[in-house]
Design a protein around this ligand. Structure first.
Ligand code: GAR
Length: 262
């Protein structure tokens, strides 16, 4: 199976859908790693840990929380953990401890601990290499990745966007949709290119806009669509049916055909 890292910042709905999909026998992907750039009480990270997926954490609070959540008491060498650099030995110790409870480590790479975007991206890259990751899913990951990072992982990064690209772009997609009065919105899974929201489209799912919709109700229905579309898109790429062509366009394996809906 193809080793996949899921990068998140949000509430983890898409992550949960990807985890559920990866558990299916027919899935060509294995969620090998979850990285969040937010530390603290993150429900989805606990879910990832319970699902046996390692994540990367530089947050003492979260490690503490995981242990207390599982009713494990342990003194952490916080001082060592929080000092500069990557404390691999400490992480290994936690891994071993969690393994005795049938869990894998749950960690965060917190962007606030890094002086620059490239430093943060280098750490992410290091963790991805450490886990021999082959594909990356941005599932509500709200950090812009550096050009160097995107070039290195060209054709290997999938992003989910809560709108139908390229018509609606930006952080306030549902508001834009309601203001424009369009009748159809949806979600898009695409390969990530250096310029945000311009990458080749893998899959889209439309969602009708109702006259009584609010940003909240739209968000909810679009997220339901995202949770169907992202796993399908990941399967298409992990299985080799779809890849990013040298011309920057989505390339379908011969004998397969484009899905307009599924
Ligand atoms: C999703 O709606 C996703 O499309 C969006 O963040 C949300 C994350 O929700 N991503 C972006 O806006 C990327 N620019 P989740 O954490 O509950 O899956």
């Amino acid at each position: 199976k193809v080793k996949v890292a899921v990068l998140i910042s949000g509430t983890g709905t898409n992550l949960a859908a990807l985890i559920a999909y990866a558990k299916e026998p027919a899935s060509c992907a294995q969620i090998a790693l979850v990285i969040s750039n937010k530390s603290g009480d993150v429900e989805e990270l606990r879910n990832a840990a319970r699902a046996g997926i390692p994540t990367r954490d530089r947050s003492k609070n979260f490690v503490n929380h995981i242990f207390s959540h599982e009713k494990i008491t342990r003194k952490h060498p916080f001082k060592e953990y929080c000092c500069t650099g990557w404390q691999m030995n400490f992480n290994d110790a936690i891994d071993q401890r969690l393994a005795t409870f049938g869990m894998r480590p749950t960690r965060v790479v917190d962007h606030k601990l890094y002086g620059s975007r490239s430093e943060f991206d280098c750490t992410i890259d290091r963790v991805l290499e450490e886990f021999s990751v082959e594909l990356i899913c941005l599932a509500g990951f709200m950090r812009i990745l550096s050009s160097a990072f995107i070039r290195k992982w060209n054709g290997k990064i999938l992003n989910i966007c809560p709108s139908l690209l390229p018509s609606v772009k930006g952080g306030n997609a549902h508001k834009q949709v309601l203001q424009a009065g369009v009748k159809v919105t949806g979600c898009t899974v695409h390969f990530v290119l250096e310029e945000a929201n311009t990458g080749a489209i893998i899959l889209q799912e439309p969602v009708s806009v109702n006259t009584d919709d609010t940003e909240e109700t739209l968000l909810e229905r679009v997220k339901e669509a995202e949770c169907r579309a992202f796993p399908v898109a990941l399967q298409l790429v992990a299985s080799g049916v779809v890849r990013l062509g040298a011309d920057g366009k989505t390339c379908w394996k011969q004998g397969t055909h484009s899905l307009t809906h599924y």
